[in-house]
Design a protein. Structure first.
Length: 261
């Protein structure tokens, strides 16, 4: 798995190899631009798709809104701890795994390659998914409005947008143990799929591009909702950033077209 080491010149090489990504570097190119419809979104000068990456290390990206911006549907305390503690832990775990792989190469000692590779996949995928998660929500959501082009894509892939939203919510609520609900673009069939992900890296399909993700680990909801995951998912659906999902889908399609050429 040495090939997974990230080049200092391109952080997105990891994204292409991660279990939740299959697109190229354009996927987040424009998502950092301020949008008047994005609540309290902050202007960010770095590409955050695979996280900020400076001086050879991944770093925790800023949120695109204030910690209290998702109240009352998602409480400030949970958002703060989720971001500053849990997401930050995955960033550290990713950097640690890469450091251990570098040391293993230097010493030509791969005794612990399985454990390190598992840590790389777990923490790297956790970092990618959390980075997407923060942008999968916005203050006030879309007010229930789905952009027309994205609604058409949902209709074509699932029969109707209403059926798609119900399936996504049901899949997210039913993830076994800890994991994610993921709405993703599958470039071979050129359609949207809804996946369950266990942990951060299991039960995915290689090559799909997540366009909207819901974190259903207990740390994502326990402070406010305790073990009522269903209530948390219902609240997430009210916060869902369909403008972001629509943008992700269009850029995923463009990248897929470029790859097929």
């Amino acid at each position: 798995m040495d090939e997974l080491i990230i080049s200092r010149r391109s952080v997105l090489k990891f994204a292409a190899a991660s279990l939740v990504s299959g697109a190229a570097h354009r996927l987040y190119a424009d998502s950092n631009k301020p949008n008047e419809n994005f609540g309290k979104e902050k202007t960010m000068e770095i590409n955050i798709f695979a996280g900020a990456y400076e001086n050879g290390q991944y770093t925790l990206p800023e949120l695109p809104y204030d910690y209290d911006a998702l109240e009352p549907l998602y409480d400030q305390e949970t958002v703060r701890i989720h971001h500053n503690k849990h997401h930050a832990k995955y960033v550290k775990g990713l950097n640690d795994a890469l450091s251990k792989l570098e040391q293993a190469r230097k010493e030509n000692d791969y005794t612990h390659i399985q454990a390190i590779s598992n840590a790389l996949a777990f923490n790297g995928s956790g970092h990618v998914l959390h980075t997407l998660f923060w942008h999968s929500m916005k203050p006030g959501g879309n007010g229930g409005k789905i952009p027309n082009d994205f609604k058409t894509a949902l209709d074509e892939s699932f029969g109707s947008s209403d059926a798609a939203l119900k399936q996504f919510a049901a899949a997210s609520k039913a993830v076994e143990s800890n994991g994610w609900g993921i709405l993703a673009y599958e470039p071979i069939a050129q359609k949207l799929l809804i996946l369950q992900c266990e942990k951060h890296q299991n039960l995915t399909i290689w090559g799909v591009v997540p366009v909207l993700v819901c974190d259903v680990w207990e740390h994502a909801h326990y402070l406010k909702f305790q073990n009522d995951r269903a209530k948390w998912v219902d609240n997430f659906m009210q916060l869902a950033n369909w403008d972001f999902a629509s943008q992700r889908l269009e850029e995923a399609k463009n990248c897929a077209m470029a790859i097929r050429r």
